[in-house]
Design a protein around this ligand. Structure first.
Ligand code: GLN
Length: 279
């Protein structure tokens, strides 16, 4: 039985059960995060506070619970996400940064190791995650980020400022008008096959379609990006991409045919998802 006036710990248990019934994939985690957020508690506070929720807290939590039950992404409800070593504001204007993309960040940073004052371009920056995290890890880098969405660029700009990083933003379609002489072009482009739209998870339907779908095989944007990249990279520069496990090997083969030396990398679940390529 759910107590009429629960303590925070009881509220977490009741909400987890409710979210599980709604089919939310990680009900315990999300319930805890939402109670902490609604009550402004830290993890330690949750363990030690035994006073029940007051009416205002209960109303705040109920509003969040109803939206999460309706499969609004947790990150949209919390308003921010910890990603890499940065904290990013998240809104429906851009793709929610995914944990797997942190592997792309690490591949990008590896490519820059030993290069002083590297010049970096993040194509289709969205929240700014990759650009801001690279600039945070490498304060000596000259980082530029592009997007076709003005709303995404405004959000990315805010995220750069919040994290005290220096990133130049450019409203551009892929690499049009982007700098040349780059050491690295990094991108998490839209790469899902268009047909995935039919079966997208409810949470993914809150991401902008512009950030997700890349044509029949998902590679339309990645192909254009790879075709434009050589004119912007310096010799030996790196192209680092996140793609879909179903199409990553196709693009790697196409890059090799076009004269690139390309490596495919796995994500943390062992699925091929990233390419680093040089030429
Ligand atoms: N990984 C995302 C998803 O599966 C897709 C992100 C993208 O297209 N860049 O929802």
């Amino acid at each position: 039985m759910t107590p009429a006036v629960p303590t925070p710990a009881q509220a977490v248990r009741a909400l987890a059960a409710r979210l599980a019934r709604a089919g939310v994939p990680s009900p315990d985690h999300d319930a805890r995060a939402l109670v902490l957020h609604a009550l402004g508690l830290t993890t330690a506070g949750l363990l030690t506070r035994i006073t029940p929720l007051n009416a205002e807290e209960a109303a705040t939590l109920e509003a969040l619970a109803a939206r999460r039950e309706a499969r609004v992404p947790l990150q949209h409800l919390l308003g921010s996400v910890e990603w890499g070593d940065v904290a990013l504001r998240v809104t429906p204007a851009a793709l929610v940064p995914r944990p797997e993309t942190e592997v792309l960040l690490h591949l990008a940073l590896s490519a820059l190791r030993g290069v002083p004052e590297p010049c970096v371009l993040d194509v289709g920056t969205g929240t700014g995650a990759l650009a801001v995290a690279v600039a945070h890890a490498r304060p000596d880098a000259h980082v530029t980020a592009t997007d076709v969405s003005d709303d995404a660029l405004a959000l990315a700009r805010e995220n750069a400022t919040r994290n005290g990083t220096r990133v130049a933003f450019l409203h551009a379609d892929l690499l049009h008008g982007a700098p040349t002489g780059l050491h690295l072009v990094v991108s998490n482009p839209p790469y899902l096959p268009d047909a995935d739209r039919e079966n997208a998870d409810p949470e993914v339907q809150h991401d902008p379609p512009l950030a997700l779908y890349g044509g029949a095989d998902g590679l339309d944007l990645a192909r254009q990006l790879a075709a434009q990249a050589p004119a912007h990279l310096r010799p030996g520069g790196t192209l680092a991409l996140e793609l879909d496990p179903r199409n990553v090997h196709h693009l790697a083969a196409e890059l090799r045919n076009a004269g690139w030396s390309a490596r495919v990398h796995d994500d943390l679940t062992g699925r091929a998802r990233f390419i680093t390529a040089t030429r």
